[in-house]
Design a protein. Structure first.
Lengths: 582, 171
């Protein structure tokens, strides 16, 4: 058999695996791979400006298309720069395959130029990682890496490839389908557990479906099944930040997001429910609030493909280890075969309607300043009925306002950094999403502080003519930090003011973008319209009320029933116990 | 504000894993990253083709944490199986120690007498010292070492615990 170089084997594998786009940055230890890519026009390489940008672009691409994101970076600083994005993908279960160059095998351990212990550094921020020391093993590892990244609970996989392995040759044959010796995610749920879950749902008087990012990861069928499960049971539905879009925000059964900045009705419904069915979510601390007061009188069913998510923070009554799509299909089939009817939940819905009357997402009106919530509401209004819209966010107040005031009716349209809370995620994620969905309207909702964390990727958007819209809610603060300082540290605003901001309009022009400034409520609607109608990348500097806070809010260490609805409830200080919580 | 500690229990976990580079770091690192305890850890390959290793970990934590440790270990790609020997039924656990003791006269005779009681073997001797080899449970070795300390303990080397379930079946 004719032998190929490791670099050629790698590129062949990527083509065999259907990879269309690689986000990367060249360097000494990946030059052989870049040379191999030069001959393979089938794979599109997107040249980023910083390796962290590549990882977030790959995440945005993956989350919006359902395909794995692929990253190619060099050794040493290339790999270490990618670590934040890799960790982000691990926390949010995003399938990534990150290919890192490494110094030649005989140089490993000698503190060679641009050497870093990539495998050691990424061991605990990947689902799995590999160092390939033999080109004959490369094809098997690459195929296995994609299998592991995309199946079970998805996540990032790093493959570290020394430079001499890229140059050395070996025979290449496309690997056969294989069964992994030890890695076998459980897809199908235990039938007895499904039976119990169905009977618990049928008997519940105050049920709630609490869904998460796992429903979106499971695929479009799971999203459809969630809608069907809600339909046949009549139960209210809430979701985590990561799960937005799996259930339509326009449905009357939708309660809004749950958790720290979730709606009043959804948090009260979680607190008062007699049955919580958790579907692909993980009882994160941002969802539960104070653990000992979380949903005290409910029985809990937890469906998750990752057994370690079950009973990690909240003890559940019925664990179901399975793919959520498969488990919901089984539940629906059993429900129907038993002729279960929608229970009479009118008393429960009456209570929910009472909580809804609080209108917890209401915000004060202003004629002088743009309320940030109003900016999101207007953005939502302007893009409704438009072509396919994908929203990404950075991390902070603007992220929560976007989650609260933008309605998502379909999955894979909301890309945000939930678990790791990575400032600098949203803008590159938007570029990645745009590359995967060239005809969609991709908008990154950003804050003035977080947009600066990967602002260098403006060059990438210019180079590839990705018409992303960067909508900055500019309040000249790290707003969420400032809000916590107001709540917890008596408004001692230590280092949360964004001094020396760039002129975002001039910055846009410097990169060949269009820059728009929106300065008052009367300019808001037209400014947003102009942003949408302008071809090519657009940066909008939307000047919003500087001291707005994100409500409702469950302060750290508080129960769902202790929500703050508006600024009048803020005391300005918290106990040491509450201060010590994240 | 003070930080509260929870009550812990001791568990012996037995893992079979792919014998590949970095597997020990992956497992040890999981314990440090998630704040779990390792009281002892042993590892050696156990199949003729050297493909599989058995790792025995003695850990301690509240029951909920032990469950979580097992779930996290099972999640690692190269881990084939995790058995909680403490929960799985009766099991045998053994540890080996080498115990160096120095002394003369009556101390020397007493050391030999105690070694006999504990069924420890002399594996090295000089006019003024012995090295004893002792196997047994962690408690037994602790006791032996404590007695030798009173006589003239010089140093100790211990392997950590290995364990298997009792009976004819594999765990």
């Amino acid at each position: 058999m004719a032998e190929k170089s490791g670099a050629d084997i790698l590129v062949e594998c990527l083509i065999d695996l259907g990879v269309e786009v690689v986000f990367g940055y060249p360097g000494g230890a990946v030059l052989p791979i870049y040379d191999a890519l030069f001959d393979h026009p089938k794979i599109r390489h997107v040249l980023v400006r910083h390796e962290q940008g590549a990882t977030h672009m790959a995440e945005g691409y993956a989350r919006s298309t359902g395909k794995p994101g692929v990253v190619l970076v060099t050794s040493g600083p290339g790999a270490t720069n990618a670590v934040t994005g890799i960790t982000d993908a691990l926390m949010d279960s995003i399938p990534l395959v990150v290919l890192t160059g490494q110094v030649a095998t005989q140089l490993i351990g000698t503190d060679a130029f641009q050497e870093a212990d990539t495998i050691g550094i990424t061991r605990h921020c990947t689902k799995h990682n590999y160092l390939v020391k033999d080109p004959a093993k490369l094809a098997g590892v690459i195929h296995e890496a994609f299998h592991i990244a995309t199946t079970g609970r998805p996540g990032p996989v790093v493959v570290d490839i020394p430079k001499n392995v890229q140059v050395a040759t070996a025979p290449y044959k496309k690997p056969e389908a294989f069964e992994h010796a030890s890695y076998r995610p459980q897809i199908k749920a235990d039938a007895q557990a499904i039976d119990m879950a169905v009977e618990m749902l049928a008997a519940a008087e105050r049920p709630i479906l609490y869904s998460g990012g796992g429903v979106i990861n499971s695929g479009p069928e799971a999203t459809r099944l969630l809608r069907e499960l809600a339909e046949i049971t009549g139960a209210p539905v809430t979701s985590t930040l990561m799960g937005l879009g799996a259930f339509p925000a326009s449905s009357p059964q939708w309660l809004g997001m749950v958790g720290m900045h979730g709606t009043y009705e959804s948090n009260w419904a979680m607190n008062q429910a007699d049955l919580i069915v958790c579907i692909g979510a993980r009882f994160d601390d941002r969802v539960t609030g104070r653990l000992d007061a979380f949903a005290p009188n409910s029985r809990k069913v937890h469906i998750d493909i990752d057994r370690s998510s079950i009973n990690k923070t909240v003890e559940v009554d019925l664990p179901i280890v399975a793919d959520v799509g498969s488990a919901m299909a089984d539940m629906i089939a059993l429900w129907k075969s038993r002729n279960h009817r929608k229970a009479d939940l009118s008393a429960w819905w009456k209570r929910i309607d009472g909580w809804r009357e609080k209108q917890s997402l209401a915000y004060p009106d202003s004629r002088e300043e743009i309320m940030p919530q109003e900016a999101i509401a207007q953005l939502y209004k302007a893009t409704r009925g438009a072509k396919d819209v994908i929203i990404t966010t950075e991390v902070g107040q603007h992220q929560m306002w976007a989650a609260q005031h933008f309605g998502f009716d379909a999955p894979n349209k909301w890309l945000t950094s939930g678990g790791l809370g990575t400032m600098g995620y949203g803008f590159p994620a938007a570029i990645g999403a745009q590359i995967g969905n060239p005809d969609s309207l991709v908008i990154c909702v950003a804050g003035d502080a977080s947009v600066q964390m990967n602002i260098q990727e403006m060059g990438t958007a210019s180079q590839y003519r990705t018409p992303v819209k960067l909508f900055i809610l500019n309040n000249e603060y790290m707003g969420m930090v400032r809000q916590w300082q107001e709540l917890t540290y008596e408004s001692r605003y230590s280092n949360s003011y964004s001094d020396s901001l760039p002129d975002f309009v001039k910055l846009a022009e410097a990169y060949g973008w269009t820059g728009i400034r929106i300065e008052g409520p009367q300019e808001l609607e037209a400014g947003i319209r102009q942003m949408i109608d302008t071809p090519g990348p657009v940066m909008v500097d939307c000047r919003v009320a500087k001291l707005s806070n994100c409500f409702p809010m469950i302060p750290s260490g508080a129960a769902h029933t202790d929500m703050l609805l508006d600024p009048s409830q803020v005391s300005g200080s918290l106990s040491d116990e509450a201060k010590a919580l994240v | 504000m003070h930080i509260q500690e929870e009550l812990t229990e001791r568990h012996v976990l037995s893992l079979t894993v792919a014998n590949e580079a970095g597997i020990l770091a992956r497992i040890a690192g999981l314990f440090t990253a998630r704040g779990y305890n390792i009281d002892s850890l042993t590892v050696a390959d156990i199949t003729t083709d050297h493909a599989i290793s058995r790792i025995t970990i003695v850990t301690s934590g509240p029951p909920k944490v032990i469950d979580q440790i097992i779930a996290q270990l099972e999640r690692l790609v190269p881990v084939h199986k995790v058995t909680d020997l403490t929960e799985a039924g009766p099991f045998v656990e053994r540890e080996l120690a080498l115990v160096k003791v120095a002394g003369t006269g009556e101390d020397r005779i007493e050391a030999l007498r105690l070694a006999d009681v504990f069924r420890a073997k002399v594996v090295d001797t000089t006019i003024g010292s012995f090295i004893f080899e002792i196997t047994g449970t962690t408690d037994k070795i602790d006791n032996f070492v404590a007695l030798m300390r009173q006589i003239g303990l010089v140093e100790v080397g211990r392997t950590g615990v290995v364990g298997l379930t009792r009976g004819k079946d594999s765990a």
